[in-house]
Design a protein around this ligand. Structure first.
Ligand SMILES: *[C@@H]1O[C@H](CO)[C@@H](O)[C@H](O)[C@H]1NC(C)=O
Length: 238
């Protein structure tokens, strides 16, 4: 067994001896190559590390920005809710106002007395029935009675003009609910055109009545020229 072994090992040594140097050289070359590769790898790892650090920093900045944005977003969400609330309130107010405006009573009238020229004098007070109705928004003036009836509580503007040209007295009394609230007259000793105009601003409640009266012994004149007029309007409801 020994003999066999020695012989074979000697043979092997003889056979491999020239190859060892080749292999050593190859190994050295490999080591050199590996060293180079290792250096490359080190450089790449360093690169990657620095990139990772940069990314970390960027990520942190992004996180902070995101937090800021989230905070802003929640502030804006709150503002949006309060704006929505205000918008809803404004919308309902607007529709209320539209409704109020649509329902707002509209009252205005404009009339003239007659086309039949002389009115009066009579020996009693006479309610004046202004028969030429040119404007009667709300139909608060009734030409059959000569009465204006306030349809709603409010402030009303009323105006009349009286015309006459005879010698004598022309006059107009104003009545509110059959109580006199104004007396106007003009005396003229000889004929000639005479006018007077007066106006009232009255706080009336719904149903209050206004009418004009020709006092006994007084006269007025009107024809197609609309000399003697009576008009009024609701300034605003109360
Ligand atoms: C009297 O008034 C009415 C309504 O405004 C008008 O149509 C008419 O022409 C007037 N008469 C005169 C002579 O101006």
């Amino acid at each position: 067994f020994n003999h066999f072994f020695e012989e074979s090992s000697e043979q092997t040594t003889k056979q491999t001896t020239p190859d060892i140097w080749v292999e050593v050289r190859a190994l050295r070359d490999m080591v050199v190559e590996l060293k180079v590769e290792l250096r490359n790898m080190e450089a790449r790892v360093k690169d990657s590390e620095s990139q990772v650090n940069e990314l970390k920093a960027e990520l942190m900045v992004t996180k902070v920005q995101m937090e800021l944005l989230q905070r802003e977003n929640s502030v804006q969400a709150t503002q949006l809710i309060s704006l929505e609330t205000r918008l809803t309130a404004t919308e309902s107010k607007t529709s209320d106002l539209e409704k109020q405006n649509a329902e707002k009573p509209k009252v205005a009238f404009y009339t003239a007395l007659t086309n039949s020229r002389n009115v009066g004098p009579y020996n009693t007070d006479m309610t004046l029935k202004y028969s030429k109705v040119f404007t009667n928004i709300g139909n608060a003036y009734n030409p059959a009675t000569g009465f204006f009836t306030a349809p709603v509580k409010g402030v009303y503007y009323l105006q009349f003009t009286a015309f006459g040209y005879h010698a004598g007295s022309m006059g107009i009394q104003v009545y509110k609910n059959n109580q006199r609230i104004m007396y106007n007259d003009i005396w003229q000793s000889s004929g000639g055109d005479k006018y007077f105009t007066n106006s009232l601003v009255l706080e009336l409640i719904a149903g209050d009545e206004i009418h004009l009266v020709l006092p006994s012994g007084n006269f007025l004149y009107d024809d197609k020229d609309n000399y003697s007029t009576f008009s009024g309007a609701l300034l605003f409801p109360l």
